[in-house]
Design a protein around this ligand. Structure first.
Ligand SMILES: Nc1ncnc2c1ncn2[C@@H]1O[C@H](COP(=O)(O)OP(=O)(O)OP(=O)(O)O)[C@@H](O)[C@H]1O
Length: 251
């Protein structure tokens, strides 16, 4: 996809951001240091340590873009336990000239409620309800199965897909299935913003990997990520790494 086909081109923190939202957000280095974050590839990953602000920023982008804070498409309006921050009010999104035809925001915590709402809306839509989800209610499928059903049957393409830790639902082989599905959707003009800890997912060719750290947000190569380096070192010699880690316990 050419740059001009990107639906969200940049994430900008407004100059008066501190007046617009909660102060704890500015204790997070990635948020504090944010000015303009350009999205340069149809697939962008937010990576970094636990608590570095990845989900906070993804959720704020989702809400600023018009998604329901708990997830779903732009038509979803359910609310079970609103916990999202006010950061979305302090963001300005620079959008591309082409509008997406589809979009979905998914978080692991509220996936169950999204699945319920998807089924409710499909029901209103008439018969053939479960055909689009492999012939079964999403609630009769496991977390991973229903996640993939959504990605395969409900992500229609030419869309914006914001997903928080898809690997929470997926086995390694299903992560590969999801990668392949992402490839199809990207070739069909879609854009993904994904928070992940998975060294499998972040290997997507040509993806832009944005590392959230103590110095703010910076672009890194796949092989520079801790996820790649630690996983590689571990798998090359699990015994050696475990020996070092558990040494204290043996003495
Ligand atoms: N309502 C809140 N009040 C104060 N601090 C909060 C609040 N919500 C989140 N935080 C803090 O904001 C920080 C960023 O959280 P966030 O969920 O964005 O991290 P993350 O990078 O997605 O982490 P993980 O990889 O563990 O999911 C954390 O330190 C968290 O404790």
């Amino acid at each position: 996809m050419e740059g001009k086909r990107m639906y969200i081109r940049s994430i900008v923190l407004k100059e008066n951001a501190r007046e617009l939202c909660d102060s704890y957000l500015f204790d997070i280095p990635a948020i504090r240091g944010l000015e303009t974050l350009d999205l340069q590839s149809p697939v962008t990953f937010f990576v970094g340590e636990n608590g570095s602000g990845k989900s906070t920023l993804l959720e704020a982008v989702a809400v600023a873009y018009g998604f329901n804070p708990e997830g779903g498409s732009k038509n979803f309006a359910f609310s079970s336990n609103p916990t999202h921050s006010g950061l979305y009010q302090a963001l300005r999104l620079v959008k591309g000239p082409v509008r997406p035809r589809d979009g979905f925001f998914l978080r692991a915590e509220s996936f169950y409620n999204v699945a319920t709402e998807v089924e409710r809306l499909e029901e209103i839509g008439g018969p053939g309800l479960f055909d689009s989800f492999g012939g079964k209610s999403l609630h009769q499928q496991s977390h991973g199965e229903s996640f993939l059903s959504l990605a395969i049957h409900r992500f229609w393409g030419k869309g914006v897909y914001l997903i928080d830790e898809p690997e929470a639902a997926l086995s390694p082989s299903r992560q590969l299935t999801f990668l392949a599905r992402m490839g199809e959707l990207v070739r069909d003009g879609s854009q993904f913003l994904i928070v992940t800890h998975s060294p499998i997912l972040m290997a997507y060719p040509g993806a832009d990997i944005l590392l959230f750290g103590e110095d703010g947000i910076r672009r890194v190569k796949y092989e520079e990520t801790e996820h790649y380096r630690i996983t590689k070192a571990f798998l090359e010699s699990p015994q050696r790494m475990l020996r070092e880690l558990l040494r204290g316990e043996e003495e």
